[in-house]
Write a protein of this length. Structure first.
Length: 212
C-alpha cells in the first residue's frame, strides 16, 4: 500500500508582508534554507517506504509555481488540486449550524446574490483517494468541487428548517452578483468523479456530525 501525502498549500501572502505577496506567499519562499517552505515540507517525507508523489492543494494562481518547485526537487508527477478563490463557505455553514444548535436565529450577512459550490467532506475524501490511485499522468491539475451552484441563503434555509429556527438577513451587504463555479469536467471525463450526496442530504449529515 502506498502512502499518499496531501499538502495544503493555500495562502494569500498577507501575514508576512512585505516579504510575502499575493503571487508569492511565504510557503513558496526560501525562508530557512535554499529550499522553499513547500519544498522543505515535501523533502521531510524522504526515507518513508512506499511513498507516492504528493497531492498538493493550492490557489489557482500558484499552480505553475507549485509544479515548478516540485520539479526542482525531483517530484515529477504531483497531483495539483486548485482552490480557485477562498470563499469562506465552510465557516459560514459552521456558523449557521452553531446558531441552530443554540436555538438562535440564523444570521445571514449577505443577500441572494451570493452563490457558492458546496461539496460534502465524504465526497472530497473519495475524490482524493481516486486521484491518489490514478497518479501516473504527468503533473495533472484538477478542480475539486460540486458543479451545482447554491445560494448562501438557501444553505441557511436548509439548516434553519432542520433546527426549526428563523433566518435573520442583513440587508445590502452584497450589492453585486458573487458567483464562481469551478469546472469539474476534467475530473469527470478522465476519472469519472462526481458527487455522491445531494445538497439537502449532505447538509443534514453535516449537522448530524456536529452532535458527535
Amino acid at each position: 500500500m502506498k502512502i499518499v501525502p496531501v499538502i495544503l498549500s493555500g495562502g494569500s501572502g498577507t501575514r508576512l508582508w512585505p516579504l510575502s505577496r499575493k503571487q508569492y506567499p511565504k510557503q513558496y519562499l526560501p525562508l530557512a534554507s535554499d529550499n522553499t517552505m513547500l519544498q522543505e515540507t515535501i523533502l521531510r517525507l524522504k526515507g518513508l517506504d512506499n511513498l507516492a508523489d504528493p497531492i498538493i492543494v493550492c490557489n489557482a494562481d500558484h499552480r505553475f509555481l507549485v509544479a515548478e518547485q516540485c520539479q526542482q526537487i525531483g517530484i515529477k508527477n504531483p497531483i495539483i488540486l486548485l482552490e480557485p478563490v477562498g470563499r469562506n463557505t465552510a465557516p459560514a455553514i459552521g456558523n449557521f449550524i452553531a446558531d441552530g444548535l443554540a436555538g438562535r436565529d440564523i444570521n445571514v450577512k449577505a443577500d441572494r446574490r451570493v452563490y457558492r459550490s458546496y461539496m460534502y467532506a465524504d465526497d472530497l475524501v473519495k475524490w482524493l483517494m481516486t486521484l491518489a490511485e490514478n497518479s501516473n499522468s504527468q503533473c495533472p491539475i484538477y478542480n475539486v468541487a460540486s458543479d451545482k451552484e447554491v445560494e448562501i441563503k438557501e444553505l441557511a434555509g436548509i439548516i434553519a428548517n432542520i433546527f426549526n429556527v428563523r433566518i435573520k438577513s442583513s440587508e445590502n451587504i452584497t450589492k453585486h452578483v458573487d458567483r464562481y463555479m469551478p469546472s469539474v469536467k476534467k475530473a469527470d471525463n478522465e476519472l469519472g468523479l462526481r458527487n455522491s450526496y445531494k445538497l439537502k442530504k449532505s447538509i443534514l449529515m453535516s449537522v448530524n456530525k456536529s452532535f458527535v
